[in-house]
Design a protein around this ligand. Structure first.
Ligand code: PLP
Length: 400
């Protein structure tokens, strides 16, 4: 008899982690592999944030804290929401967990009954449907192909809503596409949502600060204040502050939901590390000038990758507004053969060919619910990206 619960059959392990692991194995075996698979900045955590963590250790801030973090941290988060998003959350409307991922896990565990539906626009970050499934809900996947700019439109949203809809997930700028919603686009979605009071909105704003070309970031509760009471506005320090390993995410939302999330977390991790909390206070309250510096580099890399991909026969790539991903279509490579005669039938075959023959690790679009595409994370050094792009070009030219 298997020692594992049936619930595990409902979900998949992270494919981007699997690809990264495969790339690491090939590298360890001596292959020259460039990994473009992982979703984290290649910049180090800024020094002033590290110093705040060291100071917290030296002050002896090494004990348990309240479940949703220290008062100082929740005040810094409330201030962040006011400053950046015009959203006023009271301290009991703020949740803090071990990364944005745990916040989503807590929210869905606390609010989804078996059979409840969660609308997930595709392509999506894999954790949305999988956490829904763990919470015994049903993900309702709505395809948002490249022609829609990878964005959910009001008609598609209206069609997807049923009396069982419990949540709509919005992620802007998005993983895996980098696409971001304009104020007008959010306004159009808000108009639909106003008609359906049973739907709560998870607004995953984790890439908020990573936008380029003067794109103006807005979030749904800001665009339509009438949705404030049923929106969970999610954010965290992982991406913009280069703190993925510190494990701290946070959200603002209705007090009753936050209390339910607190109950879930109280029986799992209790709270995130007290040291990470002190570091995050500094991240949120301290200087932010490094973000603009990082963004200049990210924008340069985005432009380099988009331009190079669009030169590769069979590939097509839109220019995304934010995050550090591009999501090219590889439709034009399907039906072709590799130099050693293998047929490219789908995006998985394409990324396998890229990895095995040219040493570039990317993740197939099937993993994100919209094929045939693949995701490239350009959060890696410009030199490596240039080399990866020449290899992708050579790989595509080698197909016939
Ligand atoms: C869209 C999106 N949301 C949330 C997260 C969660 O990040 P963390 O748990 O590190 O805060 C990620 C991380 O990859 C992400 O891509």
């Amino acid at each position: 008899m298997s020692p594992l619960a049936k619930r595990l059959d409902r979900i998949q392990p992270s494919l981007s982690l699997a690809v990264t692991q495969r790339a690491a194995e090939l590298k360890a075996a001596g292959a020259d592999v460039i990994a473009l698979a992982l979703g984290e900045p290649d910049f180090d955590t800024p020094d002033h944030i590290k110093r705040a963590a060291i100071a917290a250790i030296e002050r002896g801030e090494t004990n348990y804290t309240p479940i949703h973090g220290t008062l100082e941290l929740r005040e810094a988060i409330a201030e962040k929401f006011k400053r950046d998003n015009d959203l006023v959350y009271k301290l009991d409307e703020i949740a803090v967990g071990c990364g944005g991922k745990q916040i989503i896990y807590n929210a869905f565990m606390a609010s989804i009954n078996p059979g409840d539906e969660v609308i997930v626009p595709a392509p999506y970050w894999l954790s949305y449907p999988d956490i829904t499934l763990l919470a015994e809900g049903n993900p309702v996947i709505v395809p948002c192909p490249a022609e829609t700019g990878f964005r959910l439109g009001p008609e598609a949203l209206e069609r997807a809503i049923t009396p069982k809809t419990r949540w709509l997930v919005l992620n802007s700028p998005g993983n895996p596409t980098g696409a971001a919603y304009t104020r007008a686009e959010l306004r159009a979605l808000a108009d639909v949502l106003l008609k359906h009071p049973q739907v709560q909105i998870l607004s995953d704003d984790i890439y908020e600060h990573l936008v380029y070309d003067d794109f103006e970031f807005t979030t749904v509760a800001q665009v339509e204040p009438a949705l404030f009471d049923r929106t969970l506005t999610l954010n965290g320090v992982s991406k913009a502050y280069c703190m993925t390993g510190w494990r701290l995410g946070f959200a603002g939302g209705p007090a009753e939901l936050i209390q339910g999330m607190s109950k879930v977390q109280s029986q799992s991790t209790t709270h995130t590390s007290s040291i990470s909390q002190a570091a995050s206070v500094e991240a949120l309250n301290g200087p932010h000038d490094f973000i603009a510096k990082h963004n200049r580099v990210f924008k340069e890399r985005r432009d380099l990758v988009v331009e190079a991909i669009n030169r590769a026969p069979g590939l097509e790539c839109a220019t995304p507004e934010g995050a550090f991903y591009v999501y090219p279509s590889c439709a034009g490579t399907l039906g072709k053969r590799t130099p050693d005669g293998k047929l490219i039938e789908n995006d998985e075959d394409f990324v396998t060919y890229l990895l095995e023959s040219h040493g570039v690790a990317a993740v197939q679009g099937t993993a994100y619910g919209l094929a045939p595409h693949f995701r490239i994370s350009y959060a890696t050094s410009t030199e490596l990206l240039e080399e990866a792009c020449s290899r992708i070009l050579r790989a595509c030219e080698g197909l016939s």
